[in-house]
Ligand binder design. Sequence first.
Ligand code: ADE
Length: 368
Amino acid sequence: MTRPLGPTLAQARSRSTAIRRALLAWFRKNARVLPWRTDPRDPWAVWVSEVMLQQTRVTTVVPYFHAFMLRYPDVKALASAELDEVLGAWSGLGYYRRARALHAGARDVVDRFEATIPSTIDELLSLPGVGDYTSAAIGSIAFGLRAAVVDGNVRRVIARLFALRSQQEASSVDLHKQIAQTLLPARAPGTFNEAMMELGALVCTPGQPRCEACPVRASCDARRLGLQDSIPAPLKRDASPVVRLIAAVVSRGDAVLMGKRDRDGLFGGMWDPPVFEQPIDPTWRRWLTKLRASPGRLPAAIASVRHVLTHRVLEVDVLCIEARGDANPQEGAVPPGYQALRWMTAGDMRRCGTSSLARRVLQAAGLK
Ligand code: ADE
């Protein structure tokens, strides 16, 4: 059941002054010191940080942000880098599509906007990989545009402030966006957006919200009704399907055979020891068998790595294969899902993008 829009928006309007005042006073005292929160704000740093912060916690992002900005201090630096190298800098942060989109976006800014990050929402939205969230974040935080940022944290704060139970319904996204836009002040909208996100991250948390520390508790319907623990309703997620895979760690001296994933798809463009679906296709079983120094059947798996992704769980058996000295799998076909194969030393791997799954597999094989 969704509530009619009109009355809720009218409520948001009538409570907006109190909410803004209390929230901004709290944020002035409690904002975390973060490396992208410079004065004045650097649009490039805002862009990089907001892309990294999608699906990833602040504490994980901070060291990656520092290293990335040292390597790519401005949009031009990223635009002139090779994608492989950029994926290397992103290694371990996950969701590599974000790195590819940021790289494409940087190139577009250089090509179409003379390397100056555009300052209107429409122009920001025209960049590859920049959607509602990122355009509103860059627009408001770096350029003072009155565009509401609506991420999971903000949606939870809004759902509780107005006791909206239907967070899961698609129609509620629209309502949450309209409320967020109504609450947003014309002065320093970026600060207000950041304050809403900060409140969601630090106080109005998913588990047990810290209502006693909340600056807007007097304006909160969920708290008034004692519903802060049941709003938003927990996500009804089907159990993620389990996919069974085999990772072949083929070593030759101090090098390991690494495959570069196809561009599109899981871990697109990243390097990892070739991974096959179970049961492994006879063609690829023969291919692996032929690489072996000692003849005969493939060895048993030495470990299994469980890798949890957003929509599926990968159960990866790790197979260690000692290759013949003259084995040269780079000539000929590459396994399905890959575009290239290469022998790599540990040093080579550090310079390329390797997924966190790859690192876990290599560790399980005793190689890292
Ligand atoms: N999460 C994502 N972006 C954020 C920001 N700018 N401030 C606080 N938390 C965030």
